[in-house]
Design a protein around this ligand. Structure first.
Ligand SMILES: NC(=O)c1ccc[n+]([C@@H]2O[C@H](COP(=O)([O-])OP(=O)(O)OC[C@H]3O[C@@H](n4cnc5c(N)ncnc54)[C@H](OP(=O)(O)O)[C@@H]3O)[C@@H](O)[C@H]2O)c1
Length: 335
């Protein structure tokens, strides 16, 4: 088995001094990879050198991942403090963030998290596998007074040392500005969609200016996401001629170029695969054969502002369409 020395994998430093590995393993099975397969991938990935695992209660596999972690600890492969475990409070648990944190810890078999995120800024939820057009009658627009209450519990978990770092996910500049104006503890990081066709440069720079790091989800463009999450205008970053050309020059798959680009740009990609050759390469590629400045610039030029994870299922009854979730004109819709 090929292994990668975790000490050679770059790290990203948070404003509080914590250092997160520059690449992690995603654990969302997109409805077609089972919890057991993902748990086995976590076990193998840690054995080959992964230290960051991106979990979430809503992925429905934290118990299985907990069993994999127990095997790793029992076999002496790693100690708890060697790992960086991220999880997220799901939308339907905004009223009980502490309860969600405790359940995640029980399921994962740990007594603290390295990073706990608010998965979405809305309390809106949906049944599994619903059509993208369905709207939950209880869904509401963003309300900062409610989010402030959620964030206060996150701050409490941080101040009590139960979560070493706290952050947000699926935020926008407008919502982040509000949070920064009212929070006691600034988020250390925002987890957001980022790949060569959706680079979110303005938001990424805004976060950087405010000392907030960025974790990039769907770093490869999530080519295997469910069909219901694809629209006619979606593109495929790993089929972009520029990505293919650079991949050929480095003798790797374009997916690997996505990971290299993300790490060299300064965000933390969390690519998903349960296949050892793929996840091994995604880690190894951060330790060798970097992209040139020219290649980085070429990738910069192929941004298409093409959001794939649009969040349609979180829309409230009077919302126009998914753009309302993303504050594209700088104002928060429906608020
Ligand atoms: N915070 C949030 O709201 C949020 C939202 C979405 C996702 N996430 C997180 O981000 C993670 C990643 O997102 P994702 O799973 O949607 O998409 P992704 O990582 O962009 O894409 C995964 C796909 O890329 C392929 N792939 C991975 N490495 C490869 C390689 N080296 N060569 C060729 N193909 C490769 C995989 O192929 P195979 O199928 O063959 O393995 C899989 O189909 C999730 O698992 C989850 O942890 C967070």
């Amino acid at each position: 088995m090929e292994t990668v020395d975790p000490n050679k994998v770059p790290k990203v430093r948070f404003y509080n001094g914590a250092e997160i590995p520059a690449v992690g393993l995603g654990t969302f099975g997109s409805d077609h990879v089972s919890a057991d397969q993902i748990a086995e991938a976590v076990y193998q990935a840690v054995k080959i050198g992964y230290r960051l695992i991106d979990c979430a209660a809503v992925y429905g596999n934290e118990k299985e991942i907990g069993s994999a972690l127990k095997r790793l600890f029992d076999e002496g492969v790693v100690k708890r403090e060697d790992l960086w475990i991220t999880s997220k409070v799901w939308n339907s648990m905004h009223h009980d963030v502490r309860g969600s944190f405790e359940k995640t810890c029980r399921d994962l078999g740990v007594d603290y998290l390295d990073l706990f995120l608010v998965h979405w800024p809305f309390p809106n939820s949906h049944a599994p596998s619903v059509s993208v057009d369905s709207r939950d009658p209880d869904a509401v627009p963003y309300r900062h007074r409610d989010f402030k209450r959620v964030w206060a519990v996150m701050e409490d978990l941080y101040e009590n040392g139960l979560c070493k770092n706290i952050g947000t996910s699926n935020q926008t500049i407008a919502k982040m500005k509000l949070l920064l104006s009212t929070c006691k503890v600034k988020p250390m990081v925002n987890e957001m969609e980022m790949h060569p066709h959706f680079q979110q440069t303005d938001f990424f720079n805004f976060l950087k200016k405010n000392g907030i790091a960025a974790i990039g989800f769907c770093p490869i463009g999530s080519p295997a996401r469910p069909e219901r999450d694809k629209t006619a205008t979606d593109t495929v970053p790993i089929q972009d001629p520029v990505m293919i050309k650079i991949a050929k020059a480095h003798n790797v798959h374009p997916a690997v170029i996505c990971v290299k680009w993300a790490v060299q740009r300064g965000q933390v990609p969390i690519p998903f695969s349960v296949k050892p050759p793929k996840f091994t390469m995604n880690l190894k590629c951060t330790t060798e054969d970097p992209l040139t400045d020219e290649e980085m610039n070429e990738i910069k030029s192929i941004d298409k502002n093409n959001r794939f994870i649009k969040g349609q299922v979180f829309l409230w009854s009077t919302a126009k369409d998914w753009h309302d979730l993303w504050d594209e004109d700088g104002t928060i819709a429906g608020w």
